[in-house]
Design a protein around this ligand. Structure first.
Ligand code: AMP
Ligand code: MG
Length: 408
């Protein structure tokens, strides 16, 4: 680590936090508010439109956490008790006869008059079918109280919650069969570059296969977006203008490539002509150049073309932007601090997001961190964050963002 611990000097480069804050502010300025009502089984990956408030107590009545016997502790003198009823889950019990116990099973309602359930392992059944309790018991024991999970009127999930299997299960437990969710964000995906051809075709001289298109289209679908696959855009101004003009009814144009200050930056020229453009040089590696702008009022994010740069900038910037457009509050992925299983002898001026893995509790990194090497990310299970102006010895702590955090 840098012993002086000085704040990083990134020159004219923009810190990733600053870029993210700007993008999120822009997302908040054009929120998607239209909603649709969907059956609960179809809301995976979608965003809750309204606060979800419980209309019932959960559980609705006290119930048994064990297979055993329900009794009133004060009725127990040490003598065995007669079993006065048997209560299975799904049944409505009679009030407990004083001085007796009830056979009860997990999830069954505790009868009125009982204040404790003793598990069957701590009992003996005598020849006359009375039950001997072998241990002292306390009121409340093994009873799940009414409303322990939720009470009527309680806020369970705030608007803006992203829904996954756990939230769906929770909503089901409250009895809701349908939810109002924000409509899908419509994202047009464009790959730019004369060198690109689609997989399945024969590779000509100077050509490479388009990997970003499928990477982003399938990532966006996983995120609950509606994807408009706008194909490959050649490095040509007239076609760029026409193609952008044809993208009607979308919430975001997401392009890759052509955002460096290279001569083939036709996207930038088209945006300058018919909208506006901000070109950011970010203090991150991979992924330095990033474009944000508007084309005839439609927001455009231009990610750098190298596949690992596309991945990192989508994960750290475009994904949070899209989630915030739908009103999601928690848009940044979880990041853990883990010891580095590698040394980093040369401090960089940009924050690095290395493709890495956890092995024996330490982060290790793929041997080739070139931004053109997507294999590094296929091998990895996380992004290892090395701060700018830092050197590392093995065992120093680094940030680790699991890829699973950003891939859904
Ligand atoms: P650019 O930002 O257009 O200069 O592209 C940077 C690098 O990424 C170049 O090597 C491009 O060939 C490559 N690249 C751009 N777009 C794609 C894509 N869709 N799939 C794979 N590689 C790409
Ligand atoms: Mg290009």
């Amino acid at each position: 680590m840098n012993p002086a611990g000085k704040p990083g000097k990134t020159g004219s480069l923009m810190a990733v936090e600053v870029a993210l804050a700007r993008l999120l502010a822009m997302a908040e300025a054009s929120p998607i508010r239209e909603r649709e009502r969907l059956p609960l089984v179809q809301v995976q990956g979608r965003v809750l439109a309204d606060d979800l408030v419980s209309t019932l107590d959960l559980p609705p009545w006290p119930n048994s956490a064990m297979d055993g016997y329900a009794l009133r502790v004060a009725d127990w003198t040490g003598e065995p008790l007669v079993v006065s009823q048997k209560i299975f889950a799904g049944q409505a019990p009679q009030p407990l006869k004083p001085g007796t116990c009830a056979r009860i099973f997990t999830g069954a309602p505790v009868p009125a008059g009982a204040d404790c359930v003793e598990m069957q392992e701590n009992t003996e059944i005598l020849a006359d079918e009375r039950v001997r309790f072998t241990q002292t018991m306390a009121p409340g024991q093994n009873i799940r109280p009414q409303g322990q999970e939720a009470t009527v009127g309680e806020l369970i999930l705030p608007a803006g919650t992203r829904l996954g299997p756990i939230e769906q299960g929770l909503v089901a437990s409250l009895g809701c069969a349908e939810l109002d969710v924000i409509r899908k964000v419509r994202v047009a995906v464009l790959s730019t570059g004369d060198e690109l051809i689609e997989p399945g075709q024969a590779l000509g001289p100077g050509q490479i296969y388009n990997s970003n298109r499928v990477l982003l289209c399938s990532w966006l679908q996983r995120q609950g977006c509606e994807v408009i696959d706008a194909g490959i855009l050649p490095d040509d101004l007239a076609t760029t203008r026409t193609c952008l003009g044809e993208l009607k009814d979308v919430d975001l144009i997401l392009s890759t490539g052509g955002v460096s200050v290279g001569e083939a930056d036709f996207l930038g020229i088209a945006l300058r002509e018919e909208g506006e453009l901000t070109l950011w040089k970010l203090a991150i590696k991979p992924g330095k150049p990033l474009t944000f702008g508007h084309f005839r009022g439609v927001p455009v994010i231009g990610l750098p073309g190298n596949p690992a740069s596309t991945l990192v900038t989508f994960a750290l910037l475009a994904r949070p932007y899209l989630l915030r457009r739908q009103g999601v509050k928690e848009v940044e992925p979880l990041k853990f601090q883990v010891p580095a299983g590698f040394a980093w002898p040369k401090a960089g001026t940009r924050r690095e997001y290395l493709r890495g893995r956890l092995e024996n509790g330490r982060a290790i990194i793929y041997s080739n961190q070139s931004s053109g090497v997507l294999r590094s990310a296929a091998w990895a299970d996380g992004l290892v964050e090395v701060l700018e102006d830092r050197t590392l010895s093995e065992g120093d702590y680094v940030g680790f963002i699991p890829l699973s955090e950003v891939l859904s």
